[in-house]
Design a protein around this ligand. Structure first.
Ligand code: ADP
Ligand code: MG
Length: 140
């Protein structure tokens, strides 16, 4: 198994509902390291660029409005097989479909307000980490 890095985001609902610590603790207790972290409020342009693959989908406007509605916490995760492992720990996009014990089953309110983002492949992990953490690549 290879050591990998991936991007996680505690979305605005997770921050507003007081789950930053729970999410980080969930990662750490599952053997995942936090290698970089920052709390920001995304601009409209940042959110649209980040979610460019979804442009044109019916939920795009709602997604951008939500992701810019309050601060988010950006996390660079590191660990063995962490890209796939994070997707398992997150649970399905719709919390109603998410497995018991996953972050979205524990904390998410709806398909839109679903507490966490996670990169879905090595290519998206690389793109998404560079999108938010390019300045950290020299130091981590
Ligand atoms: P995931 O975050 O599980 O990778 P997607 O990449 O398909 O899911 O979608 C990105 C985000 O867009 C979701 O996490 C969710 O916040 C939002 N989203 C996706 N589908 C819908 C939908 N049908 N209605 C509202 N929001 C949605
Ligand atoms: Mg996705």
């Amino acid at each position: 198994m290879a050591t990998e890095r991936t991007l996680s985001i505690v979305k605005p609902d997770g921050v507003q509902n007081g789950h930053i610590g729970h999410v980080i603790s969930h990662f750490e207790s599952n053997g995942i390291g936090i290698r970089a972290m920052k709390m920001v409020r995304l601009t409209q342009a940042q959110a649209e660029g980040f979610y460019a693959e979804h442009k044109g989908r019916g939920f795009f406007g709602e997604l951008i409005e939500f992701m810019t509605s309050g601060p988010v916490v950006l996390l660079m995760l590191e660990g063995d097989d962490v890209i796939a492992k994070n997707r398992v720990l997150m649970g399905a996009t719709d919390p109603a479909q998410a497995d018991a014990g996953t972050l979205r089953k524990l904390y998410a309110e709806s398909k839109g307000r679903n507490t966490v983002h996670g990169s879905d492949s090595p290519a998206s992990a690389a793109r998404e980490l560079h999108y938010f953490f390019s300045e950290c690549f020299e130091i981590v």
